[in-house]
Design a protein. Structure first.
Length: 393
């Protein structure tokens, strides 16, 4: 039996857990990271790529933004298409800020390199990890290390950054949680391809046959999505069917300009909204997908996790260095206040931009009226811009 001690035990070595450990280290607070998957698996995950400016600033404050600024693509806005009508949302004009296209995989790589350079303790491949005594003042994490030895990690705080299916939220008694969920009746079929992007900014399109998104990871790599039926699997689609659907939904102006090719990756993401309240139980604090899920419309998932982590890091720093217990006590309420606003925005965009199978002619007209209002209203466009660039952290 190996027994270890730390101030903060971080569950999950995705970008949330890694960033939290970096922010804490910069404040002189020690932590240990426990990750159920292998390092290669974490580095190989394909995820989001649009960073709010608050996320970019957090990476800069953490000291891990050099490659993001060197290789990322700053965007001043994005386009909304609705049955061929186009409306540009000039984010920079309305907010004075930009968003940055920089893949979550690259962000994770940067964080791992920085944490390893600073000799951060990370235990990879720990699928048997369990949380113990989280409702007391001395919580613990038990797991088996790669040498097959049982380990008990004693901590003062446990940060659950291990995603929706992780162990952290499951450690909270069910009667102590309130869960809110909206499952959408469709998914996104996504393709990653080594071809130049269709446009220098993102394009969100609502077509009578379904939603489409033209995005990118770099100037030579594109990421495209089309709305698909709930329950579809990748094998239900050929790559030719995907390109045909994408080109049709982007309309006659843009569709023919798409450069097609063999996919590097092809996958389906279901759409759901989910929030667990509270985001704290005893000395266990949830952050990111362990506490909430947003639809990918508007690219809020990773950014919402970063906002949680920044808030949690500040609370832990005030508690550790100044003895401010109130900072920990206020974390859940303050985080959830922002979470619900972001959930609202993702729900709003998803509702406006997708074809819902249950919608009557009335709901379809409401979508058209909403787009028409946004297109004609500077106030409505500004509201979208403020939410898209990111609410204050």
């Amino acid at each position: 039996m190996v027994e270890l001690n730390t101030t903060v035990a971080i569950i999950g070595a995705g970008p949330s857990g890694l960033l939290l450990s970096q922010l804490l280290a910069n404040a002189g607070i020690d932590s240990v990271i426990i990750e159920r998957s292998s390092k290669n698996h974490v580095l190989g995950r394909i995820r989001a790529g649009v960073l709010e400016w608050g996320t970019v600033e957090t990476l800069k404050d953490a000291g891990v933004s050099e490659r993001c600024f060197a290789e990322g693509l700053p965007h001043d806005g994005f386009d909304l298409f609705f049955n061929g009508e186009r409306h540009r949302v000039d984010v920079s004009h309305y907010t004075g800020k930009q968003v940055m296209v920089y893949g979550q995989t690259e962000m994770t790589k940067d964080l791992i390199e920085q944490r390893e350079a600073e000799e951060q303790s990370i235990f990879w491949s720990t699928p048997d990890a369990q949380l113990l005594d989280v409702d007391g003042n001395n919580p613990k994490v038990s797991f088996t290390n790669v040498d097959g030895k049982p380990v008990t990690l004693n901590a003062k705080i446990i940060a659950g950054c291990d995603g929706f299916r992780g162990i952290s939220r499951q450690a909270i008694p069910q009667e102590k949680l309130r869960e809110f969920e909206r499952v959408y009746p469709f998914g996104w079929l996504g393709v990653l391809v080594d071809k130049p992007p269709l446009h220098h900014e993102l394009i969100y399109a609502n077509h009578q046959e379904g939603f489409a998104l033209a995005s990118m990871r770099s100037n030579t790599r594109s990421r495209y999505y089309v709305q698909c039926d709930n329950g579809d699997i990748v094998d239900d689609w050929t790559i030719d069917q995907f390109w045909s659907a994408l080109i049709t939904r982007l309309g006659p102006e843009l569709g023919p300009k798409v450069q097609t090719g063999d996919p590097l990756e092809m996958s389906i993401a279901p759409l759901r909204s989910y929030v667990a309240e509270p985001m704290r139980y005893g000395r266990l604090f949830l952050a990111g997908d362990s506490a909430h899920i947003v639809p990918p419309t508007g690219a809020k998932g990773l950014n919402l996790a970063v906002a949680d982590v920044r808030r949690l890091a500040r609370a832990i720093e005030r508690w550790k260095l100044k003895g401010a217990d109130a900072a920990l006590e206020d974390y859940s309420k303050e985080a959830l206040n922002r979470v619900w606003k972001v959930e609202r925005f993702s729900w709003y965009l998803s509702t406006m931009l997708h074809q819902f199978p249950e919608h009557s002619a009335f709901e379809k007209r409401m979508q058209e009226a909403e787009f028409s209002y946004v297109k004609s209203s500077e106030a409505a466009t500004k509201s979208i811009a403020e939410n898209y660039v990111g609410l204050p952290f």
